[in-house]
Design a protein around this ligand. Structure first.
Ligand code: ADP
Ligand code: MG
Length: 276
């Protein structure tokens, strides 16, 4: 079986933790020595921009899709082993972009890294549905509310419509009690349960710090859960508590032999830090 390398992170509605999941799943894999690219395909939202300080005029996915920039121009190094392609937030350009070009972007990145994660916008627009079929598998994200089953089943229908593959369900922002249990939601939907990410104040703090949670607070409950998700989804072993110290240090990774693959990412994809 070919290794699954491209995941779409999708949900029926916004605000459930897709971007948080994309950034932290990606960073957890990068900390484990995998080369990762994350793509912000939520074209209207510019989510990833919070993790890349773009100066005005910096190339974004918008510019790539409208033919004004190369994929290399719009790819920014986020940390060791991980690059990101921010969507940009120039809504005026939105209509002029060719979302179909996203397939080319994804295939280019697939050749250069071990894992591509696509942060997909909620909704039923072409831009939201297309990535579901481009990915090898779709990670469904929902919060543990009664309406979650309904929301996610709509997304599953969209995945089916584009002949996509569902990896399973991740339930985010769970509480110790009072929620619909993640396994109940997954069971009702007939999909695998990939895990649960607890509600954690460290998540908001990491957003303010502009640093992925798994780096900002590697011992937090949610960070531990994101590392578990990385292993459940990909089989990649993520660092335990002792390895976390090394992982939090940008200059080293879990695998000492990884310097070579890090260099490879840097040179394969433009290493340009945003000039801000
Ligand atoms: P989406 O991309 O689906 O719109 P986000 O990842 O932007 O969702 O998350 C929405 C909000 O919820 C953000 O303010 C984020 O910081 C917060 N959030 C996400 N996951 C958690 C969590 N596990 N605990 C606490 N807050 C969270
Ligand atoms: Mg988002």
């Amino acid at each position: 079986m070919p290794q699954e390398t491209v995941y779409a992170i999708a949900s029926g509605k916004g605000g459930v933790g897709k971007t948080t999941t994309t950034v932290n799943l990606g960073t957890a894999l990068a900390q484990a020595g995998e080369r990762v690219a994350i793509v912000d395909a939520d074209l209207g939202m510019a989510n990833l921009a919070g993790f890349v300080s773009l100066s005005p005029g910096s190339a974004t996915l918008h510019d790539v899709l409208s033919g004004e920039a190369s994929i290399e121009d719009a790819t920014y190094r986020l940390a060791a082993n991980i690059v990101g392609v921010p969507s940009g937030n120039e809504l005026a350009d939105y209509a002029e972009t060719e979302p179909d070009g996203l397939g080319e972007v994804v295939e280019t990145l697939r050749d250069r890294v071990d894992y591509v994660l696509i942060d997909v916008g909620a909704g039923v627009s072409h831009e939201s549905i297309l990535p579901l079929g481009l990915a090898d598998a779709v990670v469904l994200v929902a919060t543990p509310e009664p309406a979650a089953v309904q929301d996610v089943s709509r997304t599953i229908e969209l995945v089916d419509r584009v002949d996509g593959e569902v990896a399973g369900l991740l339930v985010t922002r769970t509480h110790p009690s009072g929620d619909v249990p993640p396994e109940t939601i997954a069971e009702k939907l007939g999909v695998a349960e990939l895990g649960a990410i607890p509600e954690d104040r460290a998540v908001r703090a990491s957003v303010y710090a502009g640093t992925p949670l798994v780096v900002h607070a590697p011992e937090s409950d949610a960070a531990v859960a994101y590392r578990e998700l990385a292993t459940t989804l990909t089989g990649v072993e993520t660092a335990g508590p002792s390895g976390d110290e090394a992982a939090a240090d940008d200059s080293s990774t879990a695998d000492p032999d990884d310097a070579a693959s890090h260099d490879e990412v840097s040179s394969a994809i433009t290493d340009a830090e945003p000039d801000a």
